[in-house]
Design a binder for this molecule. Sequence first.
Ligand code: GAL
Length: 520
Amino acid sequence: MRFLSLILACAAVATRADFLYDTFPDYFQWGVATASYQIEGAWNVDGKGDSIWDTYTHAGGNVVKNETGDIACDSYNKYEDDVQLLQDLGVNFYRFSLSWARLLPTGRVDQPNQAGIDYYNSLIDALLAAGVEPMVTLYHWDLPQELDDQGGWENEDMVQIFNEYAVFAFELFGDRVKSWITFNEPYVFITMGYGQGAHAPGLQSPGEKVYTVAHVVLKAHAEAWHSYNELFRPTQDGVIGITLDSEWKEPYSDDPEDIEAAERAIQFCLGWFANPIFGSGGYPTVMKEKILEKSLEQGYEESRLPEFTEEEENRIHGTSDFFGLNHYTTSLVQNADRPSLVPSYLNDRDIITRVNSTWDRSEWIFVVPWGLRSLLNWISDSYGNPNVIITENGMSDSNATLEDAHRVNYFRLYTNNVLKAIKLDGCDVRSYTAWTLMDNFEWAFAYDVRFGLHHVDFEDPERPRTPKASAEFIRQLVADNGFPEPEAVIPEVLEPEIENGDPEIVAIPEPIRAKFRQKH
Ligand code: GAL
């Protein structure tokens, strides 16, 4: 029966451009996301410690217009307003992150900050009272500065330090929080923060530290998963996993070398973190081979990519209850020999990245909705169809308009491709999270780039939030749980007018569905 409906659905939706009218499975969940540094503000009140993003923004010269997250959306003081917005959207869950330095100003569990604990307790309780499930990210990039002073993620001790922080959070909040994410997008915070220096802590070591830091982060993730699994799951009965990000990498041409290069590109981004956890264990073979080859050419005695011991590999493998996925855009990948003189994770890939000039775009996001469906299929094929939760997807702009038709279009087409991946391809996707609840501090772009469903006026001390058209779109999408076939309008048959003695039907309006059935 399922097979038959799959065939029928496939026949009805033949091309990438066709729109699928159908609803998501009943178990499907909808949410929106934020992150502590991007929204909370209150950077130095009530005992909060500094984070690396406080240091990085205050140093000047790192962020557009030298803006900071000192106040941001002021969610530390306005969280009740945020909960109201979530309730108005009707979402099932809210994904937010804990500010580690607000809870533990030194980063260590021996000196907790009661005001920080109170803040998150109030937020969690308010969410639950509003019928919104909390989904909590432990690390969305704002490392306590004191831990960075001790070597940050380069320091092996971080494996245990992170684990202790995670246990502290499970103990405090795990009675009410049933969904945990250890790390948000290790690829981005590591390559930006330790490779290109474009994010905190601003280090530039694209050929070495990126790999050694990732090694520590993967081990830290695994320890936190094991702690939850052994110590808390039996009584708290929640789930815990990791959120990885990836573009879809489409081959630039049919040339087998480009096809192979696109696969390599995705292994160097998503596979880097996914293969140790969801795949065969350890880093992808193609990464091991390429980085060893390049390292030797560059005069290193061994690969710049560290190796896991067998014990470590086993300890990391399988440590996620779901595949958390953030996705924004797609690029085209062409095979290319990259000069090996400069050690860099970018050169290690031996590719050139391109885009199609006909794609709609906004800042760095190219609108390629089918890319998400392709990526979901790639994950399903590569890792045995794991259950995927989409933890971020969204569209930017650089103006303050409330009529954000481009964002509505993006959400409509991207979520439709999630629906296709589920209904036509059999991918096991369980939830979708829109980035983001409201305009906020967009890292190096600060307030110049907006992603919000709600507009925030950053000139006004009250930081008023106003719904955009995209908020109404998401509200309707959640209420409908997808895209039900538009109601056929019963043609209005007007009383025949008698002209020259002949009855004539004067007007039969077109069913609305014709209007909706445009190809996209
Ligand atoms: C993600 C990140 C979010 C948000 C988003 C939009 O990489 O997790 O914090 O900034 O990108 O750029």
